[in-house]
Design a protein around this ligand. Structure first.
Ligand SMILES: [Zn+2]
Length: 325
């Protein structure tokens, strides 16, 4: 199938699942886990492809857990600028060293995304070693989410929603509104998954790259806001039965143009990086023959997911520390 056709099909499938949300948005997270499957080598592809719906739907589960599970929220971000100049190059790469230097409370307040991805990398490697299908799927879906979060510039700054600079809402503009409006025109194919000789360096490189983009993400929105009247910047749209206020199409498109494809580049990079991590865990876990193991989530896993979904649905929304707007 031709790439644009395939991407269009992917997008249509995801729109079918669409649901407003946070972080890359439900749309973005689901698309990224889905795209990552297509980077995998033949030894992995069959297994991941036959579970692509699981990996798609569960790409957003970590966000659903944020207000439910203590300790979940910090796994989605790292406020690099809480630690002074060029902290992204200087922060300890080992979590234990970071705890020793800053204390765990402070680390959790400012986010732990790269350390968490490394922990999960080790867990997924162990799941491959044990050929534990449920764990492989669950960890792959979750890890894809956190890696994708690390690729969002606003997940690396304390000004994560522009709330410190009068730009409240920019978080959703960058990572939900633009991809939802424009990603069917994006080229998101990132090639074949590559082995990561140093997974720690790889996820920190993602944080460094994201953080380097923070200035332009904020600046360009500010410049455009000066050129758009309030009623041109925002409009009203029908979402299901609701009318919601949203950044207008014109403003979103102008922002996309000014960012010169940045969201598209970050999405492509994120999908590739997720594939690289899954592939690296599989290799480090002894490259088990995935054709020999059960191909679908077990009944126990399905029951666990149903239970979790029910709990999420009835749980009161509680304030969680960090990136909670
Ligand atoms: Zn997230």
């Amino acid at each position: 199938m031709k790439k644009p056709v395939l991407l269009l099909l992917l997008c249509l499938t995801l729109l079918f699942f669409h649901h407003p949300g946070r972080a890359w948005g439900f749309f973005g997270h689901r698309l990224l886990n889905r795209l990552a499957v297509y980077t995998l080598p033949p030894g992995m592809f069959g297994f991941y492809k036959s579970n692509i719906d699981y990996l798609t739907v569960n790409a957003t589960r970590p966000d659903s857990r944020r207000t439910l599970v203590p300790g979940e929220a910090p796994k989605h971000f790292l406020d690099v600028d809480r630690y002074g100049d060029s902290a992204e190059y200087k922060l300890p790469r080992k979590y234990a060293d970071a705890v020793a230097r800053y204390g765990e409370d402070s680390l959790l307040r400012h986010g732990i995304v790269p350390w968490n991805v490394v922990t999960m990398k080790n867990q997924l490697t162990a799941a491959f070693q044990a050929k534990d299908t449920d764990r492989i799927l669950r960890l792959s879906a979750d890890m894809g989410h956190y890696i994708a979060d690390a690729c969002v510039p606003l997940h690396t700054t304390k000004n994560y929603n522009g709330q410190l600079t009068g730009q409240r809402g920019i978080h959703g503009l960058w990572e939900s509104r633009l991809p939802e409006l424009l990603s069917s025109d994006y080229d998101l194919f990132s090639g074949k998954a590559q082995y990561l000789p140093n997974a720690t360096d790889a996820i920190w490189a993602a944080v460094i790259r994201s953080h380097a983009a923070v200035d332009s993400v904020l600046l360009f929105e500010k410049q455009l806001t000066a050129q758009f009247a309030e009623d041109q910047k925002f409009g009203y749209e029908q979402r299901g039965s609701q009318t919601v206020r949203a950044y207008s199409r014109d403003f979103s498109k102008a922002y996309h143009a000014k960012l010169n494809g940045q969201v598209e580049r970050q999405m492509r990079y994120a999908a590739g990086l997720i594939g690289n991590f899954w592939f690296t865990c599989w290799v480090d876990g002894g490259s088990p023959d995935l054709r020999q193991i059960q191909r679908i989530p077990s009944e126990t896993e399905q029951q666990r997911l149903d239970r979790e979904a029910k709990e999420t649905a009835v749980a009161p929304v509680v304030a969680v520390p960090g990136h909670d707007e």
